[in-house]
Design a protein around this ligand. Structure first.
Ligand SMILES: Nc1nc2c(ncn2[C@@H]2O[C@H](COP(=O)(O)OP(=O)(O)OP(=O)(O)O)[C@@H](O)[C@H]2O)c(=O)[nH]1
Ligand SMILES: [Mg+2]
Length: 712
């Protein structure tokens, strides 16, 4: 319950490929720091970090969780993140507020795809990082290969601080090249005994030590001079130099550990205490308006909500970082996005599932609060009078798309409410009520991600969601010109209806000449809100149709632009010219010309060699070289066009263009195909023609559907 000064706070995030041991390691840190008296395990489902039933059932972390320990005189806030690709949004969230990343590598599998994915984000945030080669007790542990892969991938700035002795099932000692000592652990782990480095390891340790001294000197002119003069640095200088190198991404130390056997975490916490940056050692936080905000404990309070969780029986818990000032229980802050005034009645520090009340949290610290009224993830709250907005977290673009079906009509509203609430706590989830497709479209990071959405809807809102393959937002266009007249004539009882329209349709393209052979009175080009253009040309001479019917005709055409003649999809890139027609002195009216406009357009469109277009996505797959063949083979079955292949470290990067329709459930196929040794991202590219056979099939389906509707 102590209050920590900014200089005594360390925010670290554990990141790494799924299953490398982050949660187990976090548990070990808590145990070594005496925050818990008994170590839980992932297999028994009783760790502090993986406290939700759904994480325990799956044996994986799914959400970033916030823990803390006190180590000597510092408070270390620990963010444990999921390694599964589908939950990378949680990693981004945690990196936003962390000041040091602890990148765990699994000694039995080296640099994995998950490591690659995370590194992209670590790099973006410029987070000082340390590597921990974990699971050194595993029979297949291979420290040297893992280290070599890390150096190959992340560069020569990766420098081992330690190396293991007796790695494998008999793992019990670590040589520390910074302190030049060997730590030997009891069989049950815990506190090691310090021993002299055995003769056979001395040469390696000395060489590593020299490399560390040099790395420390490199980052500061004063230290460099001292190093040249004296040939070495004292302990304080060494710490200062390494600290600068770490902060500037010039130095990534590598540590040894076995989380499971409780070996190595104490030394790492010592390093976090001694060398890793406090929040005020980091560059000032970037603001939305391009400015920056230093972490100043003396300034007025400013907090940023990086995560919200709807805890059953508790309500919404908001996790925040204090970006400046000292926040006290009872303080009132104003939300810079929506001006909501929020009372932080009771501040807490987080211990996984539990929260401990604290009176005050100072700049740089991380805490939580329950039941804020109108504040959500990615929002900043300030003391009254300030409108500072900390730069938002930019979440990765979605990679999977599904349509949601509510179980019954009466559940529609309940479903909308549930999805809205879940979205609020999970910014990687996108929900859209698509008018075009007449479906609720939900987009996320992968099938596991959407599974969790389904689970939350059921558990927290009592709504059962079903996901089905969504419709594709096709587009229709034409490939040649057509000229056709349409006469609408109706004589039923009293007043009749009459309108005749002579229409030309042509494919529209940028810079096309005016319609040939027509006397153009007016021509306009409109951007369609679903993409593409619509050009309308009025070429009536001699008053065969009054100008007062222009809008009615346009409205009639629009009805078909919105529900294309071929498949009912939106039309784009067409030019329509009205060049002649007929009116009747009594029976012509807006309604008649609207109908004539619709049918003239429909018939001309179908004669103009209509072409269905489909959305194409840019796909990037990064995979282990050994699974490259299967990935390529699979892409061939998806009508993919390969745009390029490149080697990145021991990974292959494949770039391709793939129709959206063929990307359905790609995430799970890819995972199964590569045993998780691949990652991918997608982004909309453009529209392209669909193959003739698919077009014929979709057109026939639409015609049948229209026919059935008519019959009813
Ligand atoms: N031999 C050995 N096994 C370990 C070690 N650390 C973790 N494990 C085991 O590896 C499995 C995964 O451990 P976790 O701690 O859940 O790994 P994680 O990195 O949190 O995984 P995600 O949450 O899915 O990203 C569990 O069965 C652990 O018991 C270790 O140091 N040595
Ligand atoms: Mg975990």
């Amino acid at each position: 319950m102590a209050t920590y000064d900014t200089s005594k706070i360390r925010n670290v995030v554990l990141v790494g490929h799924a299953g490398c041991g982050k949660t187990t390691f976090a548990e070990t840190m808590l145990f070594e720091a005496k925050a818990i008296t008994r170590r839980g395990s992932v297999t028994e489902g009783n760790t502090q970090s993986d406290y939700t039933s759904v994480e325990q059932a799956r044996g994986h972390s799914l959400f970033a969780s916030v823990l803390h320990v006190s180590w000597k005189d510092t408070k270390i806030n620990i963010l444990d993140t999921p390694g599964l690709d589908d939950f990378v949004g949680e990693v981004v969230t945690a990196l936003k507020v962390a000041d040091t990343a602890i990148v765990l590598l699994n000694a039995k599998s080296g640099v994995e795809v998950g490591t690659e994915i995370i590194w992209e984000y670590v790099d973006q945030f410029d987070t000082p990082s340390i590597f921990v080669i974990n699971q050194l007790d595993h029979e297949k542990a291979d420290f040297d290969t893992t280290l070599e892969q890390a150096i190959n991938r992340f560069g020569s700035r990766v420098l081992p601080m330690q190396f293991p002795v007796n790695q494998g099932t008999g793992f019990n000692a670590i040589v520390d090249a910074l302190r030049m000592v060997m730590y030997e652990f009891p069989a049950s782990g815990g506190k090691p005994e310090k021993k002299a480095i055995p003769a056979e390891h001395l040469e390696r340790a000395t060489a590593l030590h020299a490399a560390l001294v040099e790395a420390a000197a490199e980052n500061d002119e004063g230290l460099m001079e001292k190093f040249f003069d004296a040939g070495t640095l004292d302990e304080e200088e060494l710490a200062r130099g390494l600290s600068i190198g770490l902060a500037h991404h010039q130095f990534f130390p590598v540590f040894c550990a076995s989380g499971l056997k409780d070996m190595g975490s104490g030394r790492i916490m010592g390093f976090i205490h001694d060398i890793c940056p406090s929040p005020s050692d980091r560059p000032a936080a970037k603001l939305e308006n391009g400015g920056s905000k230093p972490c100043d404990p003396g300034a007025r309070p400013c907090v940023f909500i990086f995560k919200t969780v709807n805890e059953p029986k508790v309500g919404v818990v908001s996790y925040f970082k204090v970006y400046s000032g000292a926040l006290k229980s009872g303080d009132e802050l104003v939300n810079a996005d929506n001006s909501a005034v929020e009372r932080f009645a009771q501040l807490y520090e987080s211990e996984g599932k539990n929260r401990d009340a604290v009176p005050e949290l100072r700049a740089g610290d991380i805490g939580c609060v329950v039941k804020l009224k109108g504040s959500h993830t990615n929002q900043t709250l300030n003391a009254k009078g300030s409108e500072t907005k900390i730069e938002r977290i930019h979440f990765p673009a979605p990679r999977i798309r599904m349509a949601v079906v509510p179980p019954s009509k009466s559940d529609v509203e309940k479903m909308a409410h549930a999805l809205h609430a879940i979205r609020e706590e999970d910014p990687t989830l996108h929900v859209e009520q698509s008018v075009e497709l007449k479906q609720t479209i939900i987009e996320g990071q992968g099938e596991m991600h959407l599974d969790i959405v389904r689970f939350k809807a059921e558990q927290n809102f009592g709504v059962h969601l079903e996901f089905i393959e969504p419709r594709i937002p096709y587009r229709e266009t034409i490939q040649r010109e057509s000229n056709k007249d349409y006469r609408h004539k109706k004589q039923s009882g009293g007043a009749g209806q009459f309108a005749e329209v002579h229409m030309r349709v042509e494919p529209y393209y940028e810079g096309m000449p005016a319609p040939q052979g027509l006397t153009v009175k007016n021509i306009e080009v409109e951007d369609l809100k679903w993409g593409g253009k619509f050009s309308f040309c009025w070429a009536i001479v001699g008053g065969s149709i009054d100008a007062r019917f222009i809008n009615a005709i346009k409205k009639g055409i629009y009805a078909k632009l919105e529900e294309g003649p071929l498949t009912g999809s939106y039309c784009r890139d067409v030019r329509v010219s009205i060049y002649d027609g007929k009116m009747h002195p009594v029976d012509s009216n807006d309604m008649a010309f609207q109908i004539a406009g619709t049918y003239a357009f429909k018939e001309n469109f179908l004669m103009a060699q209509p072409q269905l277009l489909e959305p194409i996505y840019d796909l990037e797959v990064m995979c282990d070289a050994e699974v490259m063949g299967s990935v390529m083979g699979d892409l061939q079955t998806r009508r993919a066009i390969i745009m390029g292949m490149d080697a990145e470290g021991h990974y292959q990067l494949i770039k391709a263009k793939v129709p959206l329709k063929e990307l359905h459930k790609y995430s799970s196929t890819l995972r199964a195909l590569t045993q998780g040794k691949a990652k991918f991202s997608i982004a909309f590219s453009d529209y392209a023609p669909v193959p003739a056979d698919l077009q014929a099939k979709l057109a026939a389906e639409y015609a049948k559907h229209a026919h059935d509707e008519h019959e009813h």
